[in-house]
Write a protein that binds this ligand. Structure first.
Ligand code: 3HC
Length: 296
């Protein structure tokens, strides 16, 4: 089966980015959200991103229009019935995901591939909400924020994934212009397995007084050439998301290095989620000049 039409579930930060990349790679792409407002919000973000590429000359005005024309939004699952692959990027909640997959399984054609963009929830736990046939056509496709810029996609297989379906997942990743890596269905896959303990350790170092927010960030940027230090990255990803991923990984591995430090928990309880809420490790009153918060 050749992949021609792509379905995306969720038009938030990740879903809209995935839809943009799929349409940009030439696929007819339909995005499903729960409301027209959320579709519009996601499409505004796509337009902004495409305009940045157009301003830089990476795409022409005609290509920008063609990408837009290949994209459509819907609030109905039925509009995904003829998709060849459906990539889910909804809320990181296993029950919600299982409900969604069970419904989609009844609607989508039997040969359609189901993929999840989850960062830490077990692919196996999601796939069992679908029929035995679909379970062999179930993979993880984990993208990175901002999806239009980040080149990596982790392609995840379970113990039941069909070999041919998995290879199609790898090829599809390449057709999206990404570099696919192969990963097994272990919470966090490759990137978050290494990233999450690093980010949590940075918070512990801060709590222990090893260095300030700015100095720890500067050290990792200038000492190792990372594009962002751990606190800037945490605020960028979202501290609620980071906390949630750490909890799932701690639950899976029962290892201290995945346990969210008390400061992270307090920040999330206090609504300090990072950039999206205006405050995290930094205060974004002036988004171009974030100032470090006084947290310890
Ligand atoms: N679409 C198009 N262009 C964009 C864009 C978008 N969404 N976002 C930024 N850009 C462009 C900017 O316009 C800018 O263009 P210019 O060079 O012509 O001015 C260029 O990209 C660079 O952006 P900035 O100047 O704003 O900032 P940076 O140089 O710091 O680059 C970055 C931004 C690419 C985000 C870089 O900081 C970076 O790579 N950061 C690390 C991101 C990262 O680690 N992501 C993974 C997070 S983990 C994850 O997603 C997994 C999950 O499971 C947690």
């Amino acid at each position: 089966m050749e992949i021609k039409k792509v379905g995306v579930l969720g038009c938030g930060l990740m879903g809209s980015g995935i839809a943009q990349v799929a349409a940009g790679a030439g696929f007819e792409t339909v995005v499903r959200e729960v409301s027209d407002e959320l579709i519009q919000k996601g499409f505004v973000g796509i337009e902004k991103s495409l305009s940045k590429f157009a301003e830089k000359g990476s795409i022409t005005a005609e290509q920008q229009k063609a990408i837009r024309d290949r994209l459509s939004g819907t609030t109905s699952f039925e509009d995904l019935a003829d998709c060849d692959i459906v990539i889910e990027a909804i809320i990181e909640n296993l029950d919600e995901k299982r409900k969604t997959y069970a419904e989609l399984d009844r609607i989508c054609k039997p040969e359609a591939i189901f993929a999840s963009n989850t960062s830490s929830i077990s692919i196996t736990a999601m796939m069992t909400a679908t029929s035995a046939e679909r379970q062999q056509r179930f993979i993880g496709l984990h993208f990175f924020n901002p999806v239009p810029l980040m080149k990596l996609v982790e392609v995840v297989r379970t113990i039941l994934t069909d070999d041919a379906v998995y290879e199609q997942g790898i090829e599809f990743g390449k057709r999206l212009g990404k570099v696919p890596v192969r990963a097994g269905d272990r919470s966090g896959f490759i990137v978050n397995r290494l990233l999450v303990p690093y980010m949590l350790d940075a918070i512990r170092a801060l709590e222990e007084g090893v260095g300030s927010i700015v100095d720890i960030d500067t050290s990792m940027k200038l000492g190792l050439g990372y594009p962002m230090g751990p606190f800037t990255l945490g605020d960028f990803v979202g501290l609620d998301t980071t906390y949630y991923i750490a909890e799932i990984m701690f639950d899976e591995f029962r290892e201290k290095r995945f346990a969210p430090p008390p400061l992270l928990k307090r920040m999330v309880l206090a609504g300090l989620y990072g950039r999206k809420s205006g405050r995290g490790f930094y205060d974004y009153k002036d988004p171009k000049n974030p100032t470090p918060m006084n947290l310890v």
